[in-house]
Design a protein around this ligand. Structure first.
Ligand code: G3I
Length: 360
């Protein structure tokens, strides 16, 4: 039995520990704001309409939202003449009511399109379709969205097209002019929304990703030289916790190269797939968290980075369980909150990386 004074000390310490545990840790956006950053999440229609518990956690963790599909052609354009803003407006109403800002995603992509667009798009009508869409959509939310992912995933050097553009319906119809049209029309319609080029696959030293980083820098240089008003790069950051070719120096240099062109950077779709990792949850979580921490530390160290969004907030609802399903069918643990809405090691890694970022 320790002497009384020591016993008091022990009792006092454990009380202090309990008190510290009970005090809620600030959410990710509150921590980000302290560094001049923001934190946010994608939200899909299912979550917005059916999952108030997740919405509650979104309010606690986020300052910025983005629609997972609601702002894409497929959701907004039932036909060539009509705009249906219902689902997107519902998400914006939730964001506004909750004091959250919103990004727009996306105005030109080769996926998420309605079948009628794929059937009717020709070189002759493409420019009018694109301009009308951007004027209608960007104009509808003029002054209300903080950013637009004007174009999404336009690079694929394997397609052997000029400027390493991906061979898509838009690219085949308009060539690189699709970028000029998209950025100029967005700038004219809502000058206040930051104009982003968003893409994936620039995270590792895999050969195709080395090429993609080079292609992105070349494309940005070309756009800026031609006075195409792109203002920021969105790094999707769909990370792979089983990938071993993450080189922080290469990543930091890529971000610095973008910043040296006077452009901003946003981490737009962070998640860490774990389908190559063993089933054991503690070790899976450990690897996922360390992987994200290494990636985020390299990127957030650059003051050109404005903020981070994850592609969903909770493992309850992630696209990864479809496209990157684990062989053992276990649900992935790819997001800051698990399916029971508990903060995971990934949450702590994101929080720590934000805390360590230089103040903007
Ligand atoms: O809303 C309808 C619903 O009414 C219907 O019952 C259901 C039946 O399948 O479909 C629902 O729409 C789906 C929508 O997600 C719901 O969120 C679409 O079919 C489905 O195609 C759509 O998938 C999204 C995909 O982009 C295409 O838009 C994924 O959720 C979304 O995670 C994914 O996001 C992309 C980013 O935009 C770009 N980067 C990669 C990322 C992952 O693929």
């Amino acid at each position: 039995m320790p002497p009384l004074s020591r016993r008091k000390f022990i009792a006092g310490s454990s009380l202090a520990l309990i008190a510290a545990d009970a005090a809620p840790q600030p959410g990710l956006h509150a921590r980000a704001r302290a560094r001049g950053l923001f934190y946010g999440s994608a939200v899909n229609d299912d979550t917005l309409t059916n999952d108030p518990a997740v919405l509650g956690r979104i309010k606690a963790e986020c300052g910025v939202l983005v629609g997972e599909a609601q702002f894409k052609w497929g959701d907004l354009r039932p036909d060539a003449k009509t705009f249906d803003f219902t689902r997107a407006d519902a998400l914006l109403a939730f964001a506004t009511k909750s004091g959250l800002r919103m990004r727009g995603h996306t105005l030109l992509w080769h996926e998420g399109n309605p079948a009628w667009l794929e059937k009717t798009l020709t070189p002759a009508n493409a420019e009018k379709l694109l301009v009308d869409h951007i004027r209608g959509v960007v104009g509808h939310w003029k002054g209300k969205l903080m950013h637009w992912d004007v174009v999404n995933e336009v690079i694929d050097s394997d397609d052997k097209q000029p400027l390493n553009l991906r061979k898509t319906l838009w690219q085949q119809a308009l060539g690189a002019r699709m970028l000029d049209i998209a950025y100029h029309t967005t700038a004219e319609t809502d000058p206040s929304a930051l104009r982003v080029i968003n893409d994936y696959g620039t995270d590792y030293t895999l050969a195709w990703q080395d090429r993609k980083r080079g292609a992105m820098l070349d494309l940005l240089a070309d756009l800026l030289h031609r006075k195409v008003p792109v203002q920021a790069v969105g790094l999707q950051a769909h990370l792979d916790g089983g990938e071993v070719t993450l080189d922080q120096k290469v990543l930091a240099k890529f971000v610095a190269d973008i910043a040296s062109m006077g452009l901003k950077v946003i981490v737009t779709e962070l998640d860490v797939r774990d389908q190559r990792l063993p089933a054991d949850i503690p070790s899976r979580d450990e690897t996922v968290a360390a992987h994200a921490r290494a990636w985020l530390d390299a990127v957030l160290s650059n003051r050109a980075v404005l903020g981070v969004l994850s592609w969903g907030i909770s493992d309850r609802n992630t696209w990864l369980n479809g496209q990157f399903a684990r062989a053992d069918k276990l649900p992935q643990r790819a997001l800051p909150l698990d399916a029971a809405l508990n903060r995971t090691k990934l949450w702590s890694a994101i929080a720590a990386s934000i805390d360590a970022a230089p103040v903007r």
